[in-house]
Design a protein around this ligand. Sequence first.
Ligand code: HEC
Ligand code: HEC
Length: 793
Amino acid sequence: MTGDSKSSCPLKPYRIFATCAAWLGTLACSVGAEVSYYDSIKPVLAVHCHKCHDAETQKGELRLDLAAGAMKGGESGEPAIVPGASAKSEVMRRITSHEKGEKMPPKGPRLTEAEVARIRQWIDEGAKWPQRDDYWAFQPPREVAVPGGEAANPIDRFIGTRLEAEGIRPVERADRRTLLRRAFFDLVGLPPTPEEAALFLDDSSPGAFARLIDRLLADPRHGERWARHWLDLVRYGESDGYEDDKIRPHAWRYRDYVIRALNADKPYDRFVREQIAGDELWPNDPDAWIATGFARLGAWDGMSKDPAQQRQDFLADTTDAVGAVFLGVTIGCARCHDHKYDVITQRDYFGVQAFFASVKREAREMKVPPIEPASITAACKAESAELASLKTVREDLLRDAREILESEGEKKIDDSILKKKAASQYPGRLEKLDAEIKALGQRLRFHVPKVEAVFNDGGAAPKMHILKGGQLSRPGEEVTPGFIEAMAPAEHSQPSGTKRSDLARWLVSPDHPLTARVMVNRLWQHHFGAGLVATASDFGRNGRQPSHPDLLDWLARQFVAEGYSLKQMHRRMMLSEAYQRSASPDTATAAAKDPENRLLWRMNRRRIEGEAIRDTILAVSGVMNRAMGGPGVYARLPKGVNVEFPNNDKELSWGTVTEEDNRRRSIYLFQRRSLSFPLTDVFDGAPMNQSCAARAQTTVAPQALALFNGEFAREAAAQFAARLRRECGGDAEKQIARAFQLAFTREPSEAERSSTLGFLGTQAGTRATGGEEGALTDFCHVLLNTNELIHPD
Ligand code: HEC
Ligand code: HEC
């Protein structure tokens, strides 16, 4: 989306606003309850009336966004709303009238009968128009008592209370093998090796599952796994996007920073502050510098001819990302008009944006050496030295040429004469040198210790204005940095300063209504398949309401009290009975009462993401390259994918890859905005241009085709077969047993064993080439195409 706000609304509201979140009748909604202005009236007026009756436009001299305006009325002189008397209220007359020149809105769809009824009731109840919105998500998490009960883990008390109230009996605990695989996929994104599996399965002493979780949380692959979730959220990419899609050679440092932070269990409040204002808060910490790259991870229109618009687009992208990622609300909806559903105004939006008014987005040399793989430091050193020597050779060449020219009496020696002479003297040498220097420079730029981040230059911040309709050409009143008023408790209502660190401090203030809730909900989402708030980046009124509001608040406060430790939170969630339930829907009453499993009477069945599928295939085939960190790798593309990128260095369009790098984990694949990696893309990859809170889960034919016909899976099958031969010799029984252990962490059933044996026999005979080896490869290929491989449950 560009900043051109003539374009109409990018998102149509996807859910009709409802007073009653009616599922299971659990949320505050009882017949005859008073109608709340913010819940039920404001959204209707905002959607249907404000565009003609608000601060910006006052048709008929009427404002309907403020109580005073509505009570006073417009040019008719009649009050639009008479509290307690709907019959005398001009608003009622207008919204029920069908007459041209009378009815409101004058054009387009009428208000629904339910909306009209609610407005009538609200007016008759006194048209209460509170100063502040008391929407739950904008109030600090409440202190809630853990319900009584048998369960040791408080999570289960909260969940159990609700299940009991609904008369739903949860399903049994999953078997140990399932738990093992679930824990592995959740925490490290890979299946256990048979040896890793044995460590848990052979340990029947109490606490074995807790020890498994601890091992996995301490495993460096954990950071790689969870970094993927974070990178989805922060719209991470390693190129600019748009037409020219320029490479960002230092972007990978942000990815590695996230992996490091997660592995070190960096407290989440620090993690947030580093990303918003690391440069201000910890100027000597290279990781804090790298972290501020958050602000500029979004796409960037490098070809734009309009620098002011280009910058505005950048600011809008950053502001929207702060809202989506840290606050979990759609503040971006308040860029062009006040938020239609939540109490977030354009002033709030531009207030947040103003914190970024003075930032420069630049790649800068780091003052302190960054943490990076030794190979990167070494490559940088070697390449710098080589580059210097190539340049010396080039200079020598030109000096020679100059001396010759001088000796020939040439007076005016300019660059082109010099080059011509060098070319005639040393045919081809200069061109070759220049090509080498260019290629080397391109490699070197990935390795130099630079960060792609944002900085303040100390100069005064340019003045910021509300932009009417979100348009740069329509500046409104000036704004200074400010917090979102509806979310700011009294003591934070005004920022004490105007720096990004003030914004960061507000975000992680212990009583912040959203930061902790949103993050624990994200952890929950990835462990359970759906968040307690199912719309993980929309805690607003247009999102879904929490299934377990008390549990959400309890977790949020616990998170803060425990120093924002993510690993503690993972542990707590995974040690609950709720997490350890089977995924099979075997109680008919439960399925009938709560088909969506919002009450968590079973585990949700999930498919692993495309990245994890690729990683699992590499791991099972025994060829995964475990190297960590460094620039993104251009894993081999399937044949036929178009790799022509306009306006870009050809050699960087999609680079080459060594055999080892082709087997790196997917988190290290180059994230090119204009060409997402086909295998991960086909399994609902994350769009890199906007924050992605939850991957889609589609089931479409190209997925099966990618795994069945794709070169990657076919090669992997051959490697898997080679591994079986290496580890089991020619013994087919052993090969089959090992294959099942590697892929599924279990023995084959008797039926599977005998049918596989049969298959290997006949396939060896029917195959045109390859015989037994080929048959084993075909069998491996089948295993790599099973549902069981990519569904932990
Ligand atoms: C497309 C623009 C537009 C929209 C949308 C709109 N109005 Fe109006 N409204 C007008 C215009 C123009 C007038 C003045 C002419 C008239 O009185 O009919 C007016 C006048 C009114 C008046 C009379 C004010 C007075 O005292 O003279 C009321 C009350 C009113 N609108 C209520 C509403 C309500 C409630 C909604 C939403 C359900 C709404 N309007 C939506 C354009 C609009
Ligand atoms: C790029 C500018 C822009 C952004 C961003 C934007 N809108 Fe709009 N929206 C408009 C314009 C223009 C209108 C029409 C005028 C009006 O109602 O204010 C509109 C109207 C609406 C309406 C009234 C009904 C309709 O379709 O006319 C709703 C509801 C709405 N927007 C919701 C949203 C939501 C939700 C978001 C965030 C997901 C959002 N808007 C973000 C520009 C924007």
